[in-house]
Design a protein around this ligand. Structure first.
Ligand SMILES: [Fe+2]
Ligand SMILES: [Fe+2]
Ligand SMILES: [Fe+2]
Ligand SMILES: [Fe+2]
Length: 422
């Protein structure tokens, strides 16, 4: 009997939150800072632990529905930009995963003005309204901080800004609560501290929940969606890589736990693309050398995000080495056949196979001949492991039929809910 994997959910949420905000200097730690302000308000309001944890989870990933760095930046800089689409998409994404679903309403409402709640007869006695308002206050405050000025020189302006929103955007009681919190200089110094993320992790505002494989798979599914749904051409890419890698690993007699890990590695292998802007990621033509360099950093960030999650050590390695090549010509670490693990080599083959079989802006999807010719060519050149390429070639139709079946669900969800946004 093999043991199932368990991972630490809090580690994963912190890690993804940070990664989402790495794409522009003005966004760094935006969600973590917002989560901090929300948690200080929750503490001042004596919210129970369950509600405080739910709010914190929502705040850490509150802009998850803004699928590109450009959209995140737009919402961050421009008040008048319509924020609803990213709220709705974020709420929908949260509802897909059991551990995130309880916070979905908060994501839906994180830009909803108090006046609108009032029109709809919703009051602060509804916990999700209270929490969404706390998140909104944290978000507005964080976006108003001038990152180039000493924080204690900005207090009057920041407090006045929040006070001005009382009764319209924010519930007056919440603004009064904020006034209490904002009296402490410590609150402000902590907000802009470089160590804020580490402090929050140590204060364990989230329980360190070990989740099992089905739960990890559901959360990884959401993260896969935010990676792949940025373009119709990649909407089902990571699902394809996961399915292909898992099936090849079965042929190679991987254990049950390793099959789970290789599937998750497939789901998450391109998560580092969170730092790459859409203008480059979705560019229809050839990339310039400068643009290509920006794309090439993504496996480095895949490793950065996953390696910090307890329980994900193996997955981090397999996922982040998918552009390494056996002769050491890959990236980002230039590892070679001796230092690459079998699982990493499997994901690399699956990534190439899935990518060639998908449509791209500049070409039709590759059929069996195109995929196998490319793989065998790379195998002959000493880039990909020949035994793995053979394992796929021997069962090509069976494996790729399953890959396409797995991808059909993603294609359908993408078309139904996200296509209009990309
Ligand atoms: Fe937002
Ligand atoms: Fe935000
Ligand atoms: Fe990649
Ligand atoms: Fe990929």
């Amino acid at each position: 009997m093999w043991r199932s994997i368990t991972i630490n959910l809090a580690d994963l949420l912190f890690s993804v939150s940070e990664a989402m905000d790495l794409s522009d200097p003005s966004l760094v730690d935006h969600q973590i800072r917002t989560a901090y302000v929300s948690s200080e308000l929750a503490q001042a309001a004596a919210l129970n632990h369950h509600d405080a944890e739910r709010l914190f989870t929502a705040a850490l990933l509150h802009d998850i529905g803004a699928l590109s760095p450009e959209e995140k930046l737009g919402i961050h800089m421009h008040e008048d930009l319509r924020p609803e689409p990213h709220c709705q998409r974020g709420g929908t994404l949260f509802r897909e995963a059991f551990w995130l679903a309880p916070a979905a309403d908060i994501i839906d409402w994180h830009h909803t003005p108090y006046a609108v709640h009032r029109e709809h007869g919703r009051s602060l006695s509804d916990a999700s309204v209270t929490e969404a308002q706390m998140l909104l206050l944290g978000d507005v405050l964080e976006r108003s901080v001038d990152r180039n000025r000493f924080i204690l020189h900005q207090l009057d302006g920041l407090r006045a800004r929040i006070r001005k929103l009382s009764g319209t955007l924010l519930h007056p009681d919440l603004v009064l609560l904020f006034e209490q919190v904002a009296k402490r200089e410590e609150f402000w110094l902590e907000l802009v501290s470089r160590d804020l993320s580490r402090h929050l992790r140590e204060r364990s505002l989230l329980r360190f929940i070990n989740i099992d494989y089905p739960a990890a798979r559901a959360v990884a599914g959401v993260l896969k969606d935010i990676t792949d749904f940025r373009s119709r051409f990649t909407a089902a890419h990571s699902t394809g890589v996961a399915s292909c890698a898992r099936q090849i690993a079965e042929v190679l007699h991987f254990s049950g736990k390793d099959l789970q890990q290789i599937e998750l590695a497939g789901f998450l292998h391109d998560i580092g693309k969170l730092v790459v802007p859409n203008s480059i990621l979705c560019k229809p033509g050839m990339l310039s050398p400068q643009e290509y360099a920006v794309v090439r950093q993504h496996p480095f960030y895949t490793h950065r995000i996953l390696a910090r999650v307890r329980g994900f050590e193996q997955i981090a390695e397999w996922a982040s080495c998918h552009h390494e090549r056996l002769d050491g010509s890959g990236y980002p670490a230039q590892l070679d056949r001796h230092s690459l693990d079998l699982g990493a080599k499997v994901v690399a083959v699956a990534d190439v196979a899935a990518a060639i079989a998908e449509r791209r802006p500049y070409r039709d999807p590759g059929g069996q001949q195109a995929v196998l010719t490319a793989l065998q060519d790379m195998s002959v050149k000493g880039l990909l492991e020949p035994t793995i390429v053979e394992a796929l070639a021997d069962r090509y139709n069976q494996i790729m039929d399953n890959v396409h079946a797995a991808q059909a669900d993603d294609e359908q969800r993408y078309q139904a809910r996200y296509a209009q946004f990309s």
